[in-house]
Design a protein around this ligand. Structure first.
Ligand code: COA
Ligand code: ZN
Length: 306
């Protein structure tokens, strides 16, 4: 049997550019451009597009227009548009704007969580418990994010046991899917194998997503490691936009184009049209007026690497 014979034949790519990608951009992107970006991504065939964030506008001014964005997007029936929600206040806002899917978030280390949302992990899980209870009662699908699962800018390397504990607690609270994040892009394949291997002893692969940033160039090999272990949900952002305002030195997400290029080449289906993702990236880079991090994008647009 070939080395790659057992990787999933079908993968869900969760496009996080409009949220994880834009939240770190210094210049405020006009609401209409955010809406257009999301609609271009919808045209590309994603099943899941994270649309915006109902956090405190003081914490993330870029996404202060969350209501307007979510209300304005022409939503396609086959696409899910989760929005980030930090607390009950965010849930109310999201529900009023018509959200059908939400994403709650915590971290694998105390220091990161305190900097990001001013809560200990325990406190954030209490808040998430309330949000999930009310969200599910309202019929919402819920994703849970865990930041800094492989390394933390404040606490260094993170143990797989800690990640397992937070994953289990989120699942006990009723989240449908957990996205395990390498927020600062430090993971390498052996570490991914160790952490994912531990998780898969207790959690079915269908409930786990992997979220890599490409800060040190290891995002794609980490995806490949996840694929070989049977993971079939991966987060990425068009053009490789992104970074976390609360994680010093974090660079962009794994670029969706680069992920799709690899998956396409390996015969794994995603339902997403790579050329249309490039078109969405063309659009948003024109708004942001900056060069792309995506290597595939650079190659097909003749842009020289940064
Ligand atoms: N939507 C809008 N405003 C909100 C809000 C929400 N979901 N939650 C809190 N606020 C407002 C409060 O009304 C208050 O406003 P005021 O200062 O004008 O009175 C202010 O934010 C602070 O509220 P408080 O409850 O004291 O929260 P906090 O200061 O402890 O911050 C969070 C906690 C979670 C709300 C905030 O840190 C946050 O939104 N963080 C998000 C960070 C993020 O998005 N990171 C990137 C994703 S990983
Ligand atoms: Zn991220």
């Amino acid at each position: 049997m070939g080395l790659f014979a057992r990787i999933p034949r079908r993968v869900t790519v969760v496009e996080v550019g409009p949220r994880d990608g834009l939240q770190n951009e210094p210049g405020v992107v006009p609401t209409a451009d955010k809406v257009r970006f999301i609609e271009l991504l919808s045209d590309a065939g994603f099943q899941v597009i994270e649309a915006t964030s109902f956090v405190s506008p003081r914490a993330v001014p870029q996404l202060a227009d969350a209501e307007e964005v979510l209300r304005s997007v022409r939503r396609r029936p086959q696409v899910r548009y989760p929005v980030l929600v930090p607390n009950l206040r965010g849930l109310e806002r999201a529900l009023r704007a018509g959200a059908k899917e939400i994403a709650v978030f915590t971290a694998a280390t105390e220091t990161f969580n305190l900097k990001n949302i001013k809560m200990t992990i325990d406190r954030s899980l209490e808040v998430i418990g309330e949000v999930v209870r009310e969200g599910r009662a309202a019929g919402l699908w819920v994703r849970g994010y865990i930041s800094v699962c492989f390394g933390c800018p404040y606490e260094g390397r993170v143990s797989p046991g800690k990640v397992r504990e937070v994953v289990n607690r989120l699942l006990e609270l009723g989240v449908d899917e957990v996205s395990v994040g390498d927020t600062i892009g430090v993971a390498t394949p052996a570490q991914v194998e160790e952490t994912v291997g531990l998780l898969l002893k207790e959690v079915p692969a269908e409930r786990l997503a992997l979220h890599f940033h490409d800060t040190r160039g290891t995002a794609l090999v980490n995806v490949l490691t996840g694929l070989l272990m049977g993971i079939s949900i991966f987060d990425s952002s068009a053009g490789g936009l992104g970074g976390c305002p609360f994680a010093p030195g974090a660079s962009g997400n794994l670029a969706t184009e680069d992920l799709l290029y690899m998956l396409n080449g390996m015969g794994t289906e995603t339902g997403v049209d790579l050329d249309r993702v490039v078109a969405a990236t063309d659009f948003i880079l024109g708004v942001l007026k900056r060069p792309p991090a995506s290597r595939y994008y650079q190659s097909c647009r003749g842009v020289s690497p940064r």
